[in-house]
Design a protein around this ligand. Structure first.
Ligand code: APR
Length: 240
């Protein structure tokens, strides 16, 4: 990409790869197991129905891990907040990650399409509450007082969040950047196609290129902590 632009509209999609070097395991890089579980054991409504204790325990452990001192935003997260500092609201950061490392890295305009670890959701009303501690099937819900709380995670078969604002941003995008996602899970894996149809220039940054790599105009391979800061510097150099 070599045309100079003034504050382009940019949509960035991130996946587990951007948080890998912060100590959070990816989903598909460990013999198909996610923290020793098959994804279907812990990330479907059916699994929650069949074995709620296991699913509560699993996400409680993930929430505890996220709050360990060793888990911190890395240079990839920080570079994206630097990009936002340059272009402001023209950047929408869409993450599939349920961690809060983008926010802790300084990003503000972030949407979590697959939910968030540090919140709980009422299974009846859908209301979401910031939640830093463990909870389970005996915890009273703040909105109804009953035991309706579930992890605020979008499981397989459920509708991702914020889709209207994501598709609005994709329709306006000049640049679409995918970082650290294997491109296996839709609708996120389809965003590159939507952005291309809207005329965006598309860039993939990844350790191992994902399933949709052929759709990208530019590909950069490497660790997120190395590739993302360089990409951000190259982009900023192109803006007036
Ligand atoms: N730097 C950059 N990329 C990396 C790094 C790293 N240090 N380490 C791993 N990766 C890349 C891998 O090459 C892979 O392409 O990160 C990607 C991780 O892929 P997945 O584990 O499939 O994670 P993701 O694409 O985010 O999964 C999507 O699937 O299970 C669901 O809801 C869950 O949001 C998740 C969704």
């Amino acid at each position: 990409m070599n045309t100079k632009m003034t504050k382009p509209n940019i949509v960035v999609l991130t996946g587990a790869g951007i948080s890998a070097e912060s100590g959070i395991k990816t989903f598909r890089d460990n013999d198909g197991l996610w923290e020793n579980h098959r994804i279907e054991e812990v990330a479907t409504p059916e699994a929650f129905h069949a074995n709620p204790d296991l699913v509560y325990r699993f996400y409680n452990a993930r929430r505890t891990q996220l709050q360990q001192a060793s888990v911190k935003p890395n240079a990839g997260h920080k570079a994206l907040s630097k990009l936002e500092a340059h272009i402001g609201k023209n950047l929408l950061l869409v993450t599939q990650n349920v961690d809060d490392l983008h926010e802790r890295g300084g990003s503000q305009n972030v949407v979590h399409m697959h939910g968030e670890l540090k919140s709980a959701r009422c299974g009846d009303s859908g209301k979401r509450f910031e939640w830093l501690d463990d909870f389970d099937g005996t915890t009273a819900c703040p909105c109804c007082g009953r035991n309706t709380l579930r992890p605020d995670i979008v499981w397989f078969g459920e509708m991702p969040m914020h889709m209207d604002s994501i598709y609005d941003a994709l329709a306006m995008a000049d640049i679409f950047i995918s970082i650290g996602t294997s491109g296996n899970v839709y609708p996120a894996a389809g965003f590159v196609q939507v952005a291309k149809e809207a005329g965006a220039f598309t860039i993939e940054a990844n350790l191992a290129f994902g399933a949709t790599n052929a759709l990208f105009d530019e590909s950069r391979q490497g660790l997120a902590t190395e590739v993302v800061p360089k990409l951000v510097d190259d982009l900023i150099a192109q803006f007036n």
